[in-house]
Design a protein around this ligand. Structure first.
Ligand code: NAD
Length: 501
């Protein structure tokens, strides 16, 4: 049950207003609020208005190392790791309850911090709640002592938490991704250090306030370290006291984190970028499918790792289909994230705005046709980072068809046969999520299974369901993925015990 209503553009819940009035947002370490030893800070902006909303502590390596020490200490001494599984699961449900009771507070913080349309922010908070409940329940069904029947031996496998786990996450789904990382690790009895992106640290800090106020976790079990990627993020990735590492973000930084964790022989999960394709066959309902793809590429202003960014359309419906898409993209309402009529908000910062606009220029310079112009967007009275949706078309060797743009820009191309559609979809270094669109469900199943990617979706895009493994291959990721029973298993350390008979 929520306790606060959705905000107007000016009105936040009292608890959120008090939080936003904090002069300095500190990091949360060992159950206490800490500043950087050198007093460093950074500023956080509202992407929709460009105005400053918070000053946040910028930790250095030695500060982050102390947070890892706190997590290691809590692992050994707080009772969290040795707590009966059902009791730990009940604690995770209490966290879910607490967030659910404040769902609009969290959504206000999240929408303000990352420029997300308010209703979409509510969906992200709900997803966090669902993730905590999913892993709390799943943790009670694990076989923690599995007897193995083998000839002439007594044998069994027991499963234990690993220890302190590190998490580095990006700015596009800050709270949802915090849930995907923290919930399985905590459910398995590990302790955590989370490093949010410097653009969007506020919802994770708000969670720490709630956890502290309601005494939901022993001190040191959850630590949130704020700071820049090159300093605080690098310090997390390099710390040898972690037992598991998880990174979500760009392939470029993923490589650095995986290298650093690899040097310490720490198992690492990487959930990275994407360049997903939608393969559209000629038997689809054209308006309906065009609308679905327009919805996908404009959802969170295209800042979605698994988005449909390459639209491959069977040749005989290409012109009709593109016409429908152009019409529908032109009518997308761009607006401030708290304005009721807005369908697409800003991108996260000026750098991301320049990146999206730059790819339009680079794509055209590389020979693409500009089917829908795009460009910088404007919202009356708001000096935020807005871009308009755009469509490019042409050879898939184009830079804008090969590289991740992370904005509301799709690249169009046509194909003749099923074989060609699959081949074009798979011609990328990425491998996260592709979709196939057709009334012929046998063909859909065939094409979905032929994708070289972690996920194949049928007549839908961006479908992530608790219980179904979600991960990427190639430049989209490695290490096992998220939100499934396998994820919980990743946070449990097995030991095989054998006695010859
Ligand atoms: P990014 O790689 O720039 O940053 C991600 C995180 O890494 C941030 O917290 C940042 O501070 C930190 N970081 C930066 N430099 C670091 C360093 N040298 N060492 C350690 N940490 C460092 O990514 P971004 O721009 O924040 O996010 C966009 C990217 O994330 C896109 O590529 C997107 O596709 C990807 N993404 C993937 C998934 C998925 O599930 N596969 C989900 C969301 C986003």
């Amino acid at each position: 049950m929520s306790t606060t209503a959705a905000p107007t553009a000016t009105g936040f819940a009292p608890a959120v207003s008090a939080f936003l009035a904090t002069a300095l947002h500190k990091s949360y370490v060992g159950g206490r609020w800490v500043e950087a030893t050198d007093g460093g800070t950074f500023e956080v902006l509202d992407p929709g208005s460009g105005t400053k909303i918070a000053t946040v502590t910028s930790l250095q390596k030695s500060d982050v190392d102390r947070a890892v020490d706190a997590a290691v200490d809590a692992f050994h001494n707080s009772g969290w790791a040795s707590m009966p599984v059902a009791e730990r699961a009940a604690r995770l449900h209490r966290i879910a309850d607490a967030v659910e009771a404040r769902i609009h507070e969290f959504a206000q913080v999240e929408a303000l911090d990352c420029g997300k349309i308010y209703a979409q922010a509510v969906g992200d908070i709900q997803n966090f709640i669902d993730t905590f409940r999913y892993f709390a329940d799943l943790s009670q069904a694990v076989n923690y002592r599995q007897v193995i029947a083998v000839k002439k031996h007594e044998a069994w496998v027991t499963r234990h938490p690993w220890g302190a786990c590190g998490f580095i996450i990006p700015w596009n789904f800050p709270f949802l991704l915090a849930g995907w990382g923290l919930a399985p690790a905590l459910a398995a009895g590990n302790t955590c250090v989370l490093k949010p992106a410097e653009d969007t640290p506020l919802s994770a800090l708000y969670l720490c306030h709630v956890v502290q106020q309601l005494d939901l976790l022993p001190p040191g079990v959850l630590n949130v370290v704020t700071g820049y990627g090159e300093t605080a993020g690098a310090a997390v990735s390099q710390n040898p006291r972690f037992r598991r590492m998880s990174f979500t973000g760009s392939p470029e930084v993923g490589r650095l984190v995986a290298e650093a964790a690899g040097r310490n022989l720490i198992p690492v999960k990487c959930e990275l970028g994407g360049k997903g394709a939608a393969v559209v066959f000629n038997d689809v309902d054209i308006p309906e499918t065009a609308q679905a793809l327009v919805n996908a590429i404009t959802f969170h202003t295209g800042q979605v790792c698994c988005d449909a960014t390459r639209w491959l359309i069977q040749r005989d419906i290409y012109d009709d289909f593109v016409g429908e898409c152009v019409k529908r993209m032109k009518s997308v309402q761009i607006g401030y994230q708290f304005d009721g009529g807005a369908q697409m908000g800003p991108v996260v910062n000026a750098k991301q705005q320049a990146r999206v606009l730059g790819y339009l220029q680079k794509g055209v310079a590389d020979g693409a046709d500009l089917v829908l112009e795009g460009g910088a967007g404007a919202v009356a009275g708001r000096n935020g980072f807005y871009v308009k949706p755009a469509l490019l078309a042409g050879s898939l060797n184009n830079v804008a068809a090969r590289e991740e743009i992370f904005g509301p820009v799709a690249f169009l191309a046509s194909f003749a046969s099923e074989e060609e559609g699959v081949r074009l979809a798979n011609d990328t270094e990425y491998g996260l999520g592709n979709s196939v669109w057709s009334k012929d469900l046998q063909r859909c199943a065939r094409v979905a299974e032929a994708f070289r990617a972690g996920n194949g979706w049928i007549n839908a895009h961006n479908v992530i369901v608790h219980g179904v493994p979600y991960g990427g291959i190639g430049k989209s990721g490695m290490g096992g993925g998220v939100v499934s029973p396998e994820t919980l298993d990743d946070y449990l350390r097995p030991i095989s015990v054998v006695r010859p008979l």
